[in-house]
Structures are given as C-alpha cells and as structure tokens.
Design a protein around this ligand. Structure first.
Ligand code: N2P
Length: 363
C-alpha cells in the first residue's frame, strides 16, 4: 500500500523539476558577431533552459539600458573598462560561485589582469577578449600607398596626408569615443587613459584633422563593408576584422583583408559576463555563464569569431591557426605594446561625449 505511494510522489517531484527547468529562459545581451552558431542550441540541449538573445555593438548602449533599469536581461557582457564603474553604482548582483564550478578553468594570468576591473571576480567573469586595431584591404591600400606605405602604423589613419589618399576607398572608425580617443592619445605619445582636458583637446584636434576623410562612424558595419570592398580601412575590433577577412576569402572576389596591431600600440580589452541586479532569472544566468566556461564551448566560440577566450582549458580545442596567431593570442612582445583601458569618470565623460559629437558632426 505504501510503496506505490512513495513511487508516485518521487515521480511527481521529478516531473515538477523537469517542468520548472523547461519553463526557464535566460535573457542574454551580448555583442554582435560574438558567439558560435551552435552555442545557444547546445546550451538548451544541455540544460533545458531556452534563450532570448539580443545584440549590441557599443558599451554606451549597454550602459544606458542598465541605467534605465528593468532591462529584462539576465546576462550582459560589457567591457571591463565600463563594468568597472557600473559595479559600484549597484548595477550588478554578486556571482554565486557555488553555481559556477567551471570557474576554475579560467586562466590565472587573464584573471590577474581583469582583477583591475572587478577585484576577486565578485561580479563578473571574462567572456572573450581582444584588441582594437586596424583592418585594411591589402590590394586597395598598396595600390594607393605603394609597397612602402606605413602598413604597421597608426599613420594609416592619423596622418592627414595618408588618410586623404585613402578617403576615396573608404575609411571607417569605431563609434566608440573612449577607444578612439585612447588610440589618438597613444599616437600622440600621451597616456591613453588620460582625463586631462588638454589631452582631450589634442586628441580632438588630431581626429578633426582627418575627419574630412572619414566615411563612417560605426562599430559593426565595417565587417561586411570590409569584406565587400565597400571600405578599405577600418578601426575595428580584432576578431571582427578576422571575420571580415574570412568572409572576403570565402566570397573569392579578390578582396584580401588584413588586421594589424600598429607598432605604436593598441588597446586591449576584456568583455565581462555579469548579472544585472534586477535580472529576472539569476539561476538561469549562472547556468549560462557556467556553460560558457566549459572549455569546449569557449573554444567553439573562439574558433568561430576569432577572439581569444580566457579559458586555460580551452586551448586544447582551439584551432592551432587561431591559437598561434599573435594578433589573436598576443605573444609577450605584442602584449608589451598593448594598453588596458580604465573606466572614465562621469565628469570626464561629459567632456568626452561633447568632443565626440563635435568630431562626428564635423563642427
Ligand atoms: C564583437 C565585438 C566585441 C568587441 N563583434 C568589443 N569589446
């Protein structure tokens, strides 16, 4: 008499758990072109949690959504140099490490760097990382500048005479003021993280001097524009330029795209997974973050989008061609030439935004 009853109740609770899991959804807000084709599907197969996946292409947009509140997102992926100032104003909830057993896969060397953004990884773990450099159309550029053009230098963009020669084939820069001004300051031999108003003024003058030759300010369009030969030079994110190069090669229309970390240096950034304070489903958020921390999953993403991952366990699954490319996994030499970005203070931000608007509108 008792046995069947016990059996029944166990079955009921198993069913209830399964139903609960099935009903779960994780709402993800990530950068565009930043995940493998099958990542979300694999996640749902493994966890029964479904996904809503939205994309953005700028840190400012994510920050605005978070500041507005009730974003509805469970996982967001701002860069460390934005996350750093978002943590203290309460935008995220602390991670529950007991729900992230895969956290041990993270590379201690990378964790030591992102420590500057989030000490102790209390609120975030790195997703992927890369550099902000220059993508260019090899044929179009050599045709205009010859074989001796400064192909490894920011002169390609910041020297007004050179930029003028490239204007007809199309120059695009990121619509990312922190990163563009940092590149300009670094080119001028100044501290890329400087908030001194006179430094900003110098950077603004420099960018204004090439403004007539800039066709577009955009942070994702350049992937297809480079691949199609619509533009010949883009300030862009490393992996995005590699994606463009890959698409151009596939299309086989004679477009060859190269990515360069210029010799003067470039910024290095880490995009971080964090859970908004008001996330509707923190449980599912942890499950998703833990899933991304699986070595094979991180490697799948790297192999698809050409960005380095912070997962030490993943190296074994990353294509050797990617793992051995110093523009994706920088060697110590290259690393020495990269500068990390720091969070900007709100006071400086106002100046920066105004300067950026003047630059874009060309006044
Ligand atoms: C992915 C761009 C991510 C890099 N398309 C920006 N941090």
């Amino acid at each position: 008499m008792h046995k069947p009853l016990i059996f029944l109740s166990v079955t009921a609770s198993v069913l209830a758990t399964a139903a609960l899991a099935q009903a779960q959804t994780v709402n993800i807000y990530n950068w565009s072109d930043y995940i493998a084709e099958d990542t979300l599907e694999k996640f749902t197969t493994e966890t029964s949690i479904t996904t809503n996946y939205d994309v953005f292409d700028s840190n400012e947009i994510v920050e605005a959504r978070l500041l507005a509140g009730s974003s509805g997102y469970d996982v967001v992926v701002p860069s460390g140099f934005f996350l750093e100032r978002q943590i203290p104003i309460g935008l995220f909830q602390p991670l529950d490490k007991s729900k992230l057993p895969n956290i041990d896969n993270l590379d201690p060397a990378i964790m030591a760097i992102v420590e500057a953004h989030d000490p102790g990884a209390e609120y975030a773990v790195p997703y992927m990382w890369g550099t902000t450099g220059i993508g260019y159309n090899v044929g179009a550029i050599t045709e205009r500048l010859g074989e001796d053009g400064p192909l490894k230098s920011w002169d390609l963009l910041f020297d007004p005479e050179i930029a003028a020669q490239l204007a007809d084939c199309g120059i695009s820069v990121l619509d990312a003021p922190v990163e563009m001004v940092a590149a300009a300051l670094n080119y001028l031999g100044r501290d890329p993280n400087s908030e001194a108003p006179e430094d900003l003024e110098q950077a603004e003058q420099l960018i204004a001097s090439i403004r007539p030759h800039i066709r577009a300010f955009h942070s994702s369009q350049y992937i297809s524009d480079l691949a199609n030969g619509e533009i010949c030079l883009a300030v862009g994110y490393s992996g995005d330029v590699f994606i463009a190069a890959d698409r151009a090669a596939e299309a086989d229309q004679g477009v060859e795209i190269a990515y360069v970390i210029p010799q003067e240096g470039a910024s290095i950034w880490f995009d971080m997974m964090a859970i908004p304070a008001d996330a509707p489903n923190p449980e599912a958020a942890h499950a998703f973050i833990n899933f991304i921390l699986e070595p094979q999953i991180a490697a799948d993403i790297t192999n698809y989008v050409w960005y380095a991952n912070p997962n030490a366990g993943a190296d074994a699954f990353v294509d050797p061609e990617v793992l051995e490319d110093p523009a994706i996994y920088p060697t110590e030499d290259v690393m020495a030439n990269l500068f990390p970005l720091k969070a900007r203070t709100p006071g400086y931000d106002r100046l920066l935004t105004r300067a950026w608007t003047r630059i874009k509108t060309g006044v």
